[in-house]
Design a protein around this ligand. Structure first.
Ligand code: GLA
Ligand code: ZN
Length: 681
């Protein structure tokens, strides 16, 4: 057996199938708790996440603990072959705590302290909150971390948000003192002489506020960095509490999709296992390809954080209750979307939630068990089928995705580029741009790592950097080394504008990247929605690419220094200026895409570029629109063939394949039903 990775959960080295379970809501319904066990077995669930919001049940009064109910739940599950992911309860706290210690509650950017309510409503700096969390975490660890059924710590829930209380202001100033040492350094880094905002005393520094300072971009960036720093410190504190009792149980936090409130690249080292919560909006108007490629990218991001399998901690078995329209998953979609996560490196499929709560805000959120309470439902059958599929896929538990292509999606860059005023305040579209490049590779069936500018580039053949507006320290040196050594590097318009404190480069754009790209950007033109230009083939552009592609929104006006143009603009006063360039640098090549182009450009360009490298698509043959193939590599290559269309699709095969789920053999062609997924070797 190929054994590259330590299992995510060594006590239970198997694909995890289960979900958030809230027995604390049903303690006066013992018959339901009994029924749950029966239903879990029937659904082929092998694990439950418990205690996420159970603090008030665990500690109903300060220092008074009630663990008997949890003892019996964990024992009962274990005796029935079901393991426990145990949560620390810090995501929400009991009323008594907020009443007695108001400092645990969060203060908003408007400097008003919240009342008790909702969740995630706490200050990460408060020493009292930290002490209370330490106490409950160590109690839980003392009681359960040696239980044979407890396999993983789920620290808190979806860490997010910031607090602007006095304790946090003080911590922010300390963070800045540590970073800049002198006020003079800070003033220079933030360019505070602009509008006379120079600081003359550390005490003048306040966090960004809508009724105060919020236009100093360098400060906004540092506030975001501080929030990550403080959250990371809090996570370390939580982890230390449980690990001080038994260091052997791994920890995770459930990360979020599209979340740029925290820099997960910093936080990844605070935990042992990456996990995240995915809630795609399937069956939106139009086709599924946009949502499918977006979620593929987010799965890839989570895997790439530690370059090892991750866990899908939450997904809905049916629908959410918070999307604008809560649409049901069409037949096939539950297995398809669950195995999409596995295809990209997940070693689990877990749900929010096992059983629907009876009241309050999530009573209508999808669950494995509905208020109906029985197993003869479509959703339950879909869940059971995923459980059965995961059991059959255990052979690939030790495999991972191996990508030779890296796409850069950098959260600090997102903070900077989105905060900056100009060049297109109606939508600079950083995330969408990264997705547009990802989507082309997804359509081509190529495995991709999603990394940021601080990551190592040396293991890749191709690195793609869309809109790297802010060059992180050391990035340009790593790129130069990568290209000199033979790599292919792609960068787009609106790159190399500022440094890490949001100060513009002097001497021309793209700053430190000018030599490796062999171009200089002089100006950038912004187009209104609906306005277009075009780029036209010239010189040595590959034959398979079209003569012309539409350009829109952002057109960078560049001069070639050492690069040669492959396309030039077709219209307007800059017609004839380079729009796509290629530059030889050492043993490698760099490409500059000067304009935002129609999707076909990305697909044609990357198809051609990959042919010149050692990167192979996961499937040998053409993929119909809406069909993609992911690959996990272990003792064998496991191909996940996914059909995101509502039509039957046929693929031509290069050899005979065996279907792991059905045992069937395919030769010649492979037919996929609507929303079908097959795992073949
Ligand atoms: C998040 C939370 C869960 C639940 C789900 C609902 O992911 O972590 O507690 O609220 O959303 O979709
Ligand atoms: Zn605070």
């Amino acid at each position: 057996m190929h054994n590259e990775f330590k299992p995510l959960t060594p006590k239970f080295p198997k694909f995890v199938h289960g979900g958030d379970y809230n027995p604390d809501q049903w303690l006066d319904h013992p018959e339901i708790l009994e029924e749950d066990i029966k239903l879990m077995k029937e659904a082929h669930c092998n694990c439950m996440s418990i205690g996420i919001f159970a603090w008030a049940t665990l500690e109903p009064e300060e220092g008074v603990y009630r663990f008997e109910w949890l003892d019996s739940v964990i024992d009962n599950l274990y005796n029935n072959g079901i393991y426990t992911v145990l949560a620390t309860p810090s995501g929400a706290r009991p009323h008594w705590m907020a009443k007695k210690y108001p400092e645990v509650l969060r203060v908003g950017p408007n400097r008003v302290r919240n009342l008790f309510g909702k969740r995630h409503n706490h200050c990460y700096t408060s020493p009292i909150y930290r002490e209370k969390v330490w106490q409950i975490n160590t109690k839980l660890a003392q009681r359960y971390s040696n239980h044979p059924g407890v396999i993983l710590w789920h620290l808190s829930n979806e860490y997010s948000g910031d607090c602007h209380c006095e304790l946090c202001q003080k911590a922010f100033r300390e963070y800045l003192k540590d970073k800049y040492k002198t006020l003079d350094n800070l003033n220079k880094a933030w360019w505070t002489s602009f509008w006379s905002h120079t600081y003359t005393d550390w005490s003048q520094i306040e966090s960004p506020a809508p009724h105060g300072e919020d236009i100093v971009h360098g400060m906004n960036l540092d506030w975001n960095r501080f929030v990550t720093h403080q959250t990371s410190d809090f996570i370390k504190w939580e982890a230390k509490a449980v690990k001080s009792v038994n260091p052997d149980i791994p920890t995770t936090i459930n990360m979020m999709m599209y979340f740029d409130g925290l820099n997960y690249q910093v936080i990844k080292d605070d935990i042992d296992v990456i996990s995240w919560d995915a809630y795609p909006k399937w069956h939106h108007v139009g086709d599924e390809t946009q949502v499918a490629s977006e979620f593929a990218m987010y799965h890839d991001l989570m895997r790439s954080l530690k370059d090892r399998p991750f866990m899908l901690m939450e997904s809905t078995p049916s629908m959410t209750n918070w999307q604008e329209v809560s649409k049901l998953k069409r037949p096939g979609m539950h297995l398809l979307s669950s195995l999409q996560a596995v295809a990209h490196g997940s070693n689990s499929v877990q749900y929010f939630q096992w059983r629907k709560s009876r009241g309050s805000s999530e009573k209508l959120h999808g669950a494995v068990v509905d208020h109906y309470g029985k197993s003869d439902t479509r959703v339950f059958r879909d869940v059971r089928d995923v459980g059965i599929a995961l059991e059959k896929l255990q052979c690939l538990y030790d495999s991972n995705v191996k990508a030779k292509v890296a796409l850069i999606f950098d959260v600090e860059n997102a903070w900077g580029v989105n905060d900056s005023q100009g060049p297109r305040n109606c939508g600079v579209k950083y995330k969408e741009t990264v997705l547009a490049h990802y989507r082309a590779l997804w359509e081509l069936g190529v495995s991709v790592d999603i990394i940021d500018m601080t990551c190592d580039l040396s293991k890749y053949s191709v690195v793609i950097a869309p809109m790297v507006y802010m060059l992180r320290d050391g990035f340009s040196d790593r790129v130069k080394k990568f290209v000199s050594d033979g790599g292919s590097f792609v960068m787009t318009y609106w790159s190399g504008i500022v440094n890490e404190t949001d100060l513009c480069f002097l001497g021309g754009m793209p700053g430190e990247m000018m030599d490796v790209m062999g171009i200089r950007s002089e100006e950038i033109d912004s187009l209104y929605d609906g306005e277009t230009n075009c780029i036209v083939k010239c010189g040595e552009a590959p034959d398979t690419m079209k003569e012309k592609y539409t350009a829109s929104e952002l057109c960078d006006l560049i001069h070639c220094i050492t690069a040669k143009p492959l396309y030039t603009y077709g219209e307007d006063f800059y017609a004839g200026m380079a729009a796509l360039t290629e530059n030889d640098f050492g043993k490698g090549k760099s490409y500059y895409i000067a304009s935002r182009n129609e999707p076909a450009f990305q697909k044609d360009f990357y198809r051609e570029l990959l042919k010149r490298t050692d990167v192979e698509p996961n499937f040998k043959g053409e993929l119909p629109y809406g069909v993609t193939v992911g690959k996990r590599v272990g003792d064998k290559d496991y191909l996940f063939v996914q059909n995101y269309t509502k039509n039957e699709q046929t693929l031509t095969l290069d050899r005979e394949y065996t279907d792991i789920l059905s045992g069937e053999k395919y030769a010649g062609t492979l037919s996929l039903k609507p929303y079908d997924v097959k795992v073949i070797i």
